[in-house]
Design a protein around this ligand. Structure first.
Ligand SMILES: NC(=O)c1ccc[n+]([C@@H]2O[C@H](COP(=O)([O-])OP(=O)(O)OC[C@H]3O[C@@H](n4cnc5c(N)ncnc54)[C@H](O)[C@@H]3O)[C@@H](O)[C@H]2O)c1
Length: 251
């Protein structure tokens, strides 16, 4: 897999899965745009990549803001001369609650970041990629994009939406040189999960067939495969990377 000199963009790259994806891309010679709403986290990841001999630049972005997202894509193109790969990964996990207890404000926030954010990123990325007739996009969905996560109506709805967006765009751009896939991680050890109460975390852990959560690096390697030409005949796929969680729940 020769990736040296290609240009990749990762949103939510300041932490967890996005950080691991950016670090792994850079380790394979990809010039990386680190996009995140947190400047301190994003800059820290860029320093980490530079210290390992990789190339990365930070751009602050709120993926729910259409102007921010357009500036992010322009920044990638102006800084590194193009955009070959995009990992649309930024996401948040709202408070656990029954649907009737979810405020409109919380619903809108979660949908704006987790679903509209992916739409806005894809819209800007595809506008650029379609002119060149080449590109590869991976969206971070979740196993909650394929089955319900308890007490998480907005998150489940948003991630089901990401799966739908991925499949729809994959179909429409398959003959335009652009592949679009999604990943559906199960429980992964990241700050997003580590902030949950220990009791809840342990309950989820017991539901995992491998009896452990995944690591961000185990997700990043799958993202790199889907972005690269190694998966050249794959588009519209939703890759479950969940230690068997989806299989167990089908029994
Ligand atoms: N950790 C898991 O178990 C798990 C499982 C399935 C799916 N996911 C998904 O993986 C993705 C990454 O999650 P993570 O676990 O690495 O979380 P994380 O909290 O470690 O990282 C998320 C990053 O996104 C950034 N971010 C938040 N809102 C943003 C916005 N509006 N614009 C730009 N950046 C923003 C945060 O600053 C943070 O750096 C999310 O889409 C999440 O839904 C995570």
């Amino acid at each position: 897999m020769v990736l040296t000199g290609r240009v990749g963009l990762v949103t939510g790259a300041g932490s967890g899965i996005g950080r691991a994806s950016a670090v792994m891309m850079a380790a394979h010679g990809i010039k990386v745009i680190v996009g995140d709403i947190s400047t301190s986290d994003g800059e820290r990841v860029c320093s980490e990549i530079a210290a390992s001999g990789g190339e990365a630049m930070f751009k602050r972005v709120d993926v729910a803001n259409i102007d921010d997202v357009q500036e992010l894509i322009d920044f990638a193109v102006n800084t590194y001369g193009g955009l070959d790969f995009a990992h649309n990964n930024a996401g948040v996990f709202g408070k656990l609650a029954l649907l009737h207890e979810v405020s409109l404000e919380d619903w809108v926030r979660e949908l704006s970041i987790d679903l509209t954010g992916v739409f806005l990123c894809m819209k800007a990325e595809l506008s650029y990629m379609v002119r060149r007739g080449v590109g590869s996009i991976v969206n971070t969905a979740s196993t909650a994009g394929l089955k319900a996560a308890p007490l998480s109506a907005a998150y489940t709805a948003a991630k089901h939406g990401v799966v739908g967006l991925t499949r729809s765009a994959a179909l429409d751009y398959a003959d335009k040189g652009i592949r679009i896939n999604a990943i559906a991680p199960g429980m992964i050890e990241t700050p997003l999960n580590l902030s949950m109460p220990k009791e809840e975390f342990d309950t989820y852990k017991r539901m995992m067939p491998m009896l452990r959560p995944g690591t961000p690096e185990e997700i990043a390697s799958a993202v790199l495969f889907l972005l690269s030409d190694d998966s050249s005949f794959t588009t519209g796929a939703v890759l479950e990377i969940d230690g068997g969680f989806m299989q167990a729940s089908r029994q």
